[in-house]
Design a protein around this ligand. Structure first.
Ligand SMILES: N[C@@H](CCC(=O)N[C@@H](CS)C(=O)NCC(=O)O)C(=O)O
Length: 223
């Protein structure tokens, strides 16, 4: 019995949801043990001691980390892989997801703390803007001629980058930081157009966008 725990407002959860849908695997989001706000509950921490979403529960065992969950889904549902067929393509797609995790997302998150212009640390915003632009440069280098990250269909890299890019756009717009859109032109713009034009990717991004918008509003209300 497989269950996916998390909320679609999380780009990491949305990554897994998109990946499963692209594979044609029915994997609805389930309320975590300990309740929706309970990713720090003892029940949840037993499955994923990192206390983060998503977590996949497989016969009572917990698996954390979105990309690991995606690759697990490929192992148990190999009929339609979510990775390109050739080894270099697979490496490129995985590389995009890895760059998102270690070079991009960590610079988008801190901008949440800079939303209020009156309390803003402009030096921190400028530094984040530079790092985000650098990360998209690395990502562009990992892509092939596309239009998706690798080839003509979406794979793991697109699931990771698509959901995180959507979140980044929302954060940049909500904060009005004056940071230029790093996917505004060239290969990255072609990629973003392809993702937005793909029915499955667009539907998941839309759902994530709405939920994340609600999260931003809630944060703004707390200021
Ligand atoms: N590297 C993890 C990141 C997961 C993550 O950071 N999830 C966030 C939600 S977007 C979370 O659960 N945060 C709660 C916390 O850190 O306490 C993955 O790929 O699954």
């Amino acid at each position: 019995m497989i269950k996916l725990y998390g909320a679609i407002a999380s780009p990491y959860v949305a990554r897994v949801v998109m990946y499963a849908k692209l594979k044609g695997v029915d994997l609805p989001l389930t309320e975590p043990p300990g309740g929706m706000a309970g990713i720090k509950s003892p029940e949840y921490l037993k499955l994923n001691p990192m206390g983060k979403m998503p977590t996949l529960e497989v016969d009572g065992q917990g698996i954390g980390e979105s990309s690991i969950i995606c690759e697990y889904l490929d192992d148990v549902y190999p009929q339609k892989s979510g990775l390109p067929a050739d080894p270099i393509g697979r490496a490129r797609s995985r590389l995009v997801a890895r760059i998102v995790d270690i070079y991009l997302a960590q610079h988008v998150g801190p901008l949440f703390r800079q939303m209020n212009p009156e309390k803003r640390d402009q030096a921190a915003v400028d530094a984040a803007g530079k790092e985000i632009a650098k990360a998209y440069g690395y990502i562009e280098h990992a892509m092939d001629s596309g239009p998706f990250c690798v080839g003509k269909t979406p794979t793991l890299g697109d699931c990771a980058l698509g959901t995180t890019t959507s979140m980044m756009h929302q954060v940049l717009a909500a904060g009005n930081f004056g940071i230029a859109d790093p996917v505004g032109s060239g290969r990255l713009a072609t990629w973003w157009k392809a993702v937005q034009g793909h029915a499955v990717c667009a539907a998941v991004i839309d759902e994530h966008h709405t939920a994340f918008g609600g999260f931003l509003k809630m944060m703004a209300g707390r200021k």
